[in-house]
Write a protein that binds this ligand. Sequence first.
Ligand code: HH2
Length: 285
Amino acid sequence: MIWRCRDVTFELDARVLVMGIVNVTPDSFSDGGRYLDPGAALARCRELLAEGADVLDLGAESTRPGSAAVPAGEQWRRLAPVLAGLAREHPAAVVSVDTRSAEVAERSLGAGARVVNDVSALTDPAMAGVVSRAGAGLVLMHMRGTPETMQHDTVYADVTREVAGVLAGRLAAAAAAGVPGDRVALDPGIGFGKSAEGSLEILARLPELAALGRPLLVGTSRKSFLARLTGDEGPPAGRVAASLAAAAIAVLHGAAILRVHDVAATVRAAKVALAARAARRVAAG
Ligand code: HH2
């Protein structure tokens, strides 16, 4: 299975991509405020590349439960110096921009980004055109409602089936709007309008989503459902061990891209899980 992101094509049958998170925000749930300064954000990007990140995901808007939208102008003000620095220092690094705004996506692609990570799966009507014209990679994520409202209703008749149905529909909508399937990765949106039980069930039933035929991106890193399971009460940075377990489960169940805060540790966990997945294939003949 391939994922085309402008001039870069990832072959993902026997490989897992680790996407390192850099939130250029004052308020993200785990790293809010740490990388708002462009110099600090760039230093973090360098660190994550050195740790083995295959993709850097830069976000300028927190999407934690209850958060309000950040205007496009403010997102761009935060992102522009970081993207310019990366283009100067690491032009070959694959940069993704985590935004729901077509305007921010267009400016970021103009500054060298190769992927648009849209947690709203094309709610901005101009987004598909922007991605299509650039030939960029696109992440389509499932979310019920908006970050502001998504935790109001987390009850589903069958969460995995609903997520699969919505993602299939968004994949078709992207194709109809000019973004072919080989540019798209799909994401169940762990924690986005899901209960802790729902997020866990999706992890357990990931093969049903892998059956949609596109690379699956899974973002469990440091999320609160892990703390519910482990009983960890401290800050999100203390959820690394639980995050690694979740990452390994995701890979064993078919994930192709892991969106994480802790790159070096996840690279190692993913290698073990990927080897187990390959061994299972061999054993199954
Ligand atoms: N999770 C977050 C943000 N963006 N994008 C995708 N595709 N999948 C995810 O699971 C996902 C995402 C939330 O994590 P984080 O960026 O660390 O926090 P915040 O939204 O508070 O900035």
